[in-house]
Ligand binder design. Structure first.
Ligand code: NCD
Length: 306
């Protein structure tokens, strides 16, 4: 198929293409009704080999709101993967049924393998600890909407920076914008991987690594909280030791700028106290709403629907 495009990594789209995508998401936000038949007759397949609630439902809602239909599986034990089928074969089969596919997989690179064999657009909906491009598009659109631009701010990323794929994807994507300063806040054991700090050093981008959240709080424009990724730990003891390392509460928020926004890809475990949910700076549920608009915009863009 000519012009077949996938979304494996946020960098697959240029900064200009992302701007157009966010503009389209903005149009959709203003006029959901106007977009409600754009995908009439189209089918989205969601192939989820790893647990998910919001990402899968967000994709399915996006397609349903565009007038299309959805097929798929949410549990690989119900699919032919349990019989030993490869993702390469699965996608060839899915290509016969659906117009576009969103795939989540515990193995890094699996959606890429699928894309290389696919005749329909494939969207990486999260691959292991690697990338999660549509969460990143969600995060970028949220930042752009709340802050007015995607440049000149300080963002703190806090929690599990080692295994958190949303963190890896977001740093990757933000490294293309001007004047972004990163502060990485994590225990030693969960530091951001070396390949990422190496990339930042090579690009001459400023970053700092700290352990204590309190000391850098007043500098931040955004605080991106993450949960400790229990399922990616090799032993339970380490997880138990680290799971309560950061808990954002009113006391810590009192140190923040009046306009510092809290982001979180969700699900939250205990790293943000529920007492903050009504704080006007808590933007994590708004983020979910932006995630829907941006997935609608992405489906339209990859299907070449104007
Ligand atoms: C994230 C993920 O799956 O990586 N969730 C999501 O898609 N919104 C974050 C997480 O699981 O912690």
């Amino acid at each position: 198929m000519e012009n077949l495009r996938h979304m494996m990594n946020p960098l697959d789209f240029s900064v200009e293409e992302l701007e157009s995508l966010f503009d389209l998401a903005g149009e959709i936000e203003k006029d959901m009704e106007g977009y409600s038949h754009k995908c009439d007759g189209k089918i989205l397949a969601t192939c989820f080999y790893e647990p998910s609630t919001r990402t899968r439902l967000s994709f399915e809602t996006a397609m349903l709101r565009l007038g299309g239909k959805c097929i798929g599986f949410a549990d690989a034990s119900n699919s032919s993967a349990a019989k030993g089928e490869s993702v390469a074969d699965t996608i060839r089969v899915i290509s016969c049924f659906a117009d576009i596919c969103a795939m989540r997989h515990p193995k890094e690179g699996a959606p890429m393998v699928a894309a290389s064999r696919s005749s329909i657009p494939v969207i990486n909906a999260g691959d292991g600890g690697h990338q999660h491009p549509t969460q990143t598009l969600t995060d970028l659109l949220t930042i752009r909407s709340l802050y007015g631009k995607l440049s000149n701010f300080t963002i703190g990323l806090c929690g599990d920076l080692k295994f958190g794929r949303t963190v890896h994807s977001l740093i990757n994507a933000l490294s293309r914008y001007e004047g972004i300063r990163f502060i990485f806040i994590s225990p030693k054991e969960l530091r951001v991987p070396d390949y990422i700090t190496e990339m930042l050093r090579q690009k001459g981008i400023q970053y700092e690594e700290v352990i204590k959240l309190e000391e850098i709080m007043p500098q931040l424009d955004f605080l991106y909280m993450t949960r400790v990724q229990k399922e990616r730990f090799f032993n339970e003891e380490d997880y138990i030791r680290l799971r309560n390392f950061y808990i954002l509460d009113k006391e810590k928020m009192a140190l923040a700028k009046e306009k510092m926004f809290i982001l979180h890809p969700l699900p939250r475990v205990n790293e943000i106290s529920v007492e903050l949910d009504d704080d006007p700076r808590a933007a994590y549920f708004k983020q979910v709403q932006y995630g829907l608009y941006v997935r609608m915009a992405l489906i339209l863009t990859l299907l070449n629907i104007k």
